[in-house]
Design a protein around this ligand. Structure first.
Ligand SMILES: [Zn+2]
Length: 317
């Protein structure tokens, strides 16, 4: 059994934040196109992402924050009926349309269903092709293109609902996963390892942080080989020592050389290499259990190629 699950839903395509926004529905099309053209998609166990239950969203988010997003979404529908704007703005970069609420629940639901399927042994690992992304979403605040923090929710779910004692989160997005840190900082059942461009949005992740957060800020124009050395020297020893029973990946591909939102120099082969190193740790300690969820990645062609490289390693193709 080494099947790889692929969780997605059309609702995730319906969420959009206005003309020209880089976090756009075409990102999912670029991934689907590449998986179709390469034949990689045929090898995957494709599943519909369910809507996450609010009780599970609230494993990581404040109940009032969830209610506030729900309220914004409900008011938006009323406002549109009255001739108002098509979007409810959360911050200058982040907005809701009438589909965003369901998209965010599907994005989290994908990670939860993937966790259930991996824990049940139906699949070895999974990739969730979802939007909105999640790793900037904090306990009590949506921000930075993110509404709910799907990976943090799924990590808490694996601990609380499946009774795991140690889960790791690997975040290779170009931006610091400040939301995940906000939610899980100090929770010794979780080890989070990340690298991120610094100084850069959201200008967090340096300075003092809890011992379960392994943050490696890197300067602009750092290339893939240097990132690999950091991973080998810093991430892998901590992961090996921690012995996670399951690994979640905040899979952002905006550290790609061609991505215009970041200034790092990774390419497809670097994503394949990183995925293989994570998979090696998962094989040794976690029965191979990995759930990977899409975060950033805004150059459509680079995104499609990078996700393909990532999934090829997950699925042994
Ligand atoms: Zn990012």
């Amino acid at each position: 059994m080494n099947a790889t699950g692929y969780f997605t839903h059309n609702d995730c395509r319906m969420h959009e934040m206005g003309p020209g926004h880089p976090e756009c529905p075409e990102r999912l099309d670029a991934i689907e196109d590449r998986l179709l053209a390469s034949g990689v998609g045929d090898a995957l166990d494709r599943r519909e992402a369910p809507l996450a239950a609010l009780g599970d969203i609230e494993l990581a988010h404040d109940r009032m924050m969830v209610a506030a997003i729900r309220g914004l979404s409900d008011h938006l529908a009323d406002d549109i009926d009255a001739g108002g704007p098509a979007y409810a703005q959360i911050d200058p970069d982040t907005a809701l349309n009438v589909h965003s609420w369901n998209a965010a629940l599907r994005a989290a639901g994908a990670a939860l269903a993937a966790t259930d399927s991996v824990m049940a042994g139906e699949i070895e690992n999974a990739f969730c092709a979802v939007r909105p992304p999640g790793h900037h979403a904090c306990h009590n605040k949506a921000m930075g293109f993110c509404i709910f923090n799907s990976v943090a929710i799924a990590a808490k779910y694996a601990l609380e609902r499946h009774g795991l004692k140690r889960v790791a989160i690997v975040d290779f997005d170009v931006h610091h996963g400040n939301g995940t840190e906000d939610i899980l900082s100090g929770d010794e059942r979780v080890l989070m390892v990340s690298f991120f461009q610094h100084p850069f949005y959201p200008y967090s992740g340096t300075g003092t942080h809890a011992g379960n957060m392994v943050n490696v800020p890197v300067p602009a124009y750092t290339r893939g080989m240097e990132v690999r050395e950091i991973i080998e020297a810093i991430w892998i020893p901590r992961l090996e020592e921690f012995k996670p029973e399951m690994i979640f990946i905040s899979a952002g591909f905006d550290a790609h050389r061609d991505d215009e939102l970041g200034q790092l120099g990774l390419v497809e082969q670097d994503y394949a290499w990183i995925t293989q190193r994570i998979k090696d740790v998962a094989k040794r300690h976690a029965q191979g259990r990995i759930v990977s969820s899409l975060e950033g990645g805004y150059n459509l062609r680079a995104l499609g190629r990078s996700v393909e490289a990532h999934i090829r390693v997950l699925a042994d193709l």
